[in-house]
Write a protein that binds this ligand. Structure first.
Ligand SMILES: *Cc1c(COP(=O)(O)O)cnc(C)c1O
Length: 362
């Protein structure tokens, strides 16, 4: 096989992670967030692995809802940014998708929705401090009344908000968002949904009836200094390739583009077949760990499009053809992400089309 960069998706890990989330969030229901092609793991693949176990899926856009219905999934599917244009409403009714409603412009389109196509289920999204999508808290009760009066809308209206910083477990911002949400929705009927992954871990008061979890489903954490494994989750993706060359480079010579890294002694430098053309972050700095065989070695020099260079001074047994793991079971993506100035979600979402995806039951 000529293709060497492989993303292995661990279906057993996905199932384990959902079960663990359900246990942590109980009695709340879990919406499995599968937006952005299931954080790069493959939408249909992840939905198939979780079918039957996930009470609902959440996606960013109507198109992803269509893909899930086309693949035969019958669960509730919540479109987190709702209809983007008037024509989306009829399509959402036809597909039986739930719509998050966050903006005045959507109300006009909804008022024209015909009940003959089936009543649309909606979630009223309240902006409690994220300041991205949602109605101002003072508008929540009024908008809920407007929605409840519309013939094409299911009267069981959900209430939703999203946290900006729930990974800071004792943070003032999240506490304020929870208070604003409680104040805005006091006395209003309907299921509540506040928590993303980090909030499930750190904000038990904010569970509501539905949690919306993405990251932890894939075994990924955004809590500073913690990996998904620290909370009992398993990585659902392992990115691996092969060592395709080992060269002895002389002391004082510089490695790769712009010669960013200088050899302090004569030393073996490994070359692995992966680069930013596969989605490995170009911003990963020298010292970022990479696993060769069973040993962690440091990345050196600049990540290039197809290749990375590795310091093999402490892996003298390494040989051409050895398996190289960039992240996954042997090496948490969170650690690589920190070395690249980003978060683990960004890494898994960044896989490009030349990466070969395979599955196992681990
Ligand atoms: C992406 C997203 C989530 C899931 O967040 P995680 O940190 O991946 O659990 C939940 N709610 C909304 C509105 C989102 O956009």
């Amino acid at each position: 096989m000529s293709r060497t960069t492989v993303a292995t998706i661990h279906l057993g890990a996905l199932r384990h992670n959902l079960a663990r989330l359900k246990e942590l969030a109980a009695p709340a229901n879990v919406m499995a967030v599968v937006k952005a092609d299931a954080y790069g793991h493959g939408l249909e693949r992840v939905a198939r692995a979780l079918d039957g176990a996930a009470e609902a899926f959440a996606v960013a856009s109507l198109g992803d809802g269509l893909r899930l219905r086309a693949a035969g999934h019958r669960q509730r599917i919540v479109v987190l940014s709702g209809p983007d244009q008037a024509g989306d409403i009829a399509e959402m009714q036809r597909l039986g998708l739930d719509a998050a409603i966050h903006h005045e412009s959507q109300l006009q389109w909804l008022s024209e929705a015909s009940p003959s196509r089936g009543r649309l289920r909606v979630w009223l999204k309240v902006d409690t401090g994220m300041h991205r999508l949602g109605f101002a808290p003072e508008r929540a009760a009024t908008v809920r009344e407007l929605l409840a009066a519309m013939a094409g809308i299911d009267p069981d209206i959900g209430l939703m908000t999203h946290f900006a910083e729930s990974e800071v477990f004792d943070g003032e911002r999240t506490r304020q968002q929870i208070e604003r949400f409680q104040t805005a929705t006091r006395g209003l009927a309907g299921p509540r949904s506040l928590s993303n992954s980090a909030a499930v871990l750190g904000w038990p008061d904010a569970r509501g009836e539905w949690v919306r979890t993405g990251g932890l489903l894939y075994g990924l954490s955004v809590v500073e200094g913690k990996t998904g494994a620290d909370f009992g989750f398993r990585p659902a993706m392992t990115l691996s390739t092969r060592l395709i060359a080992i060269n002895t480079i002389k002391r004082g010579e510089r490695i790769g583009y712009n010669g960013l890294w200088e050899c302090p002694q004569d030393m073996p430098v490994g070359v692995a077949a992966v680069g930013y053309g596969d989605g490995y972050p170009r911003s990963a700095v020298a010292g970022t760990p990479v696993v060769v065989g069973h040993r962690q070695v440091p990345l050196i020099g600049r990540v290039s499009m197809d290749l990375v260079t590795l310091d093999l001074r402490h892996a003298l047994e390494a040989k051409v053809g050895d398996r190289v793991v960039l992240w996954g079971c042997e090496l948490p993506a969170e650690i690589v992400a920190a070395q690249a100035g980003t978060i683990s979600y960004d890494l898994t979402c960044g896989m490009t089309r030349r990466v070969l995806f395979v599955e196992d039951d681990q």
